[in-house]
Design a protein around this ligand. Structure first.
Ligand SMILES: [Cu+2]
Length: 360
């Protein structure tokens, strides 16, 4: 025991601790104080996240007070009743009814007291109450390895990795999974809820201010889990409706010859893109293994929110999706990437890029 103590003391005194560990711990703590905090649960911008944060603070302060009281008692007792060399063996007792009752009843009262706000918060975050009059919008969110599909059943619309909602309205999001466990989380708007295969969950959220909110899969779901993000764009009712109306239209045209050639490649057996992707308004592209690409160019990012949607990145993706998102199921299952059909040439990549960038 003593040698272990000495060893620990030696480590604490050694230079490496002073010059490496302590500064790096300080850096770690300071880095969490960044004012740019797109995924902070302490900077809430909607009623659900706010209510969950308030509950957190109640539990935190109650827990802290209990911790301080117990720590003071432990230190007091340890030092006050420390045995001294001249002491006899102390009186041997078993149990103390008064104390036993106190430390059974006190925690029960405390837990009962914090159960009240906890249960209230559970109900309040399950469904919007009557206070929220505009609460008709329902979105079906499906977690897939490793991206999110969003469907607006009321509008017959499917998109991926980017969800639009009107501000100041309670939106219900039904949560599904196609394969394994995922979890839906927009830290500034609502706490995470699991997406479980064959067992539909739901949550609701409301964004009070317009803006871009970042979301993340929060349940380990395989190789590219850390690269499974999405964006929630909150906008005014008018902007939201304009977006819906635009998304309902078909985007593809064949006016540009290069884009037209890209579309032919997309629909060819050799490239096989149509088998996994839907492009609304075309006869052939009706696959649902990959994201719906009807309005691909209207999205700001792709590959589940990890990379900006621009010409250069799209070329990179089409050349080698694995270089952007290791393990993605497009590289593994599409013939042009897994080596079962000819790889795409530079010219084919240019044509496909022109086509996909025209899908505004
Ligand atoms: Cu995940």
């Amino acid at each position: 025991m003593f040698s272990l103590y000495k060893k620990i003391l030696f480590i604490i005194k050694s230079w490496s601790i002073k010059f490496l560990l302590i500064p790096s711990l300080l850096l770690l703590i300071l880095s969490s104080c960044s004012s740019k905090d797109p995924q902070s649960t302490f900077d809430t911008l909607g009623p659900v996240a706010k209510l969950q944060l308030e509950l957190f603070y109640i539990l935190f302060w109650v827990g802290l007070i209990v911790f301080i009281l117990v720590a003071i008692a432990v230190f007091y007792i340890v030092f006050k009743y420390k045995s001294k060399p001249q002491d006899d063996i102390p009186e041997q007792i078993h149990g103390n009814t008064k104390l036993e009752i106190i430390w059974t009843v006190l925690p029960i009262l405390l837990i009962a007291a914090i159960a009240i706000p906890s249960v209230q918060a559970i109900f309040a975050s399950a469904n919007p109450n009557d206070k929220y009059v505009n609460n008709n919008l329902i979105i079906d969110a499906t977690g897939k390895q490793w991206w999110f599909e969003f469907e607006y059943p009321e509008y017959g619309l499917i998109t991926a990795n980017e969800i639009h909602i009107p501000i100041g309205e309670a939106v219900t999001i039904k949560l599904h999974s196609q394969d394994v466990l995922h979890s839906f989380w927009v830290p500034k708007l609502a706490g995470k809820v699991d997406m479980v295969p064959n067992n539909d969950n739901h949550l609701w959220l409301q964004a009070d201010e317009p803006g871009i909110y970042y979301g993340h899969c929060a349940e380990f779901c395989g190789q590219a889990h850390a690269l499974m993000r999405f964006k929630l764009i909150a906008e005014t009712r008018e902007e939201f409706e304009a977006w819906i109306n635009h998304q309902k239209t078909n985007a593809w045209t064949t006016s540009d010859p290069l884009a037209k050639q890209g579309m032919e490649i997309f629909m060819s057996r050799d490239a096989g893109c149509y088998a996994c992707h839907t492009i609304q308004g075309t006869d052939k592209a009706k696959g649902n293994q990959g994201p719906n690409l009807t309005h691909f160019a209207s999205r700001t990012d792709f590959a589940a929110g990890i990379i900006e949607n621009n010409q250069e990145n799209l070329r990179k993706w089409l050349k080698d999706p694995n270089s952007i998102k290791p393990g993605n199921l497009m590289s593994q299952n599409a013939g042009v990437y897994n080596g079962t059909s000819d790889p795409l040439t530079e010219q084919e990549i240019s044509a496909l890029t022109a086509f996909l960038r025209s899908l505004k």
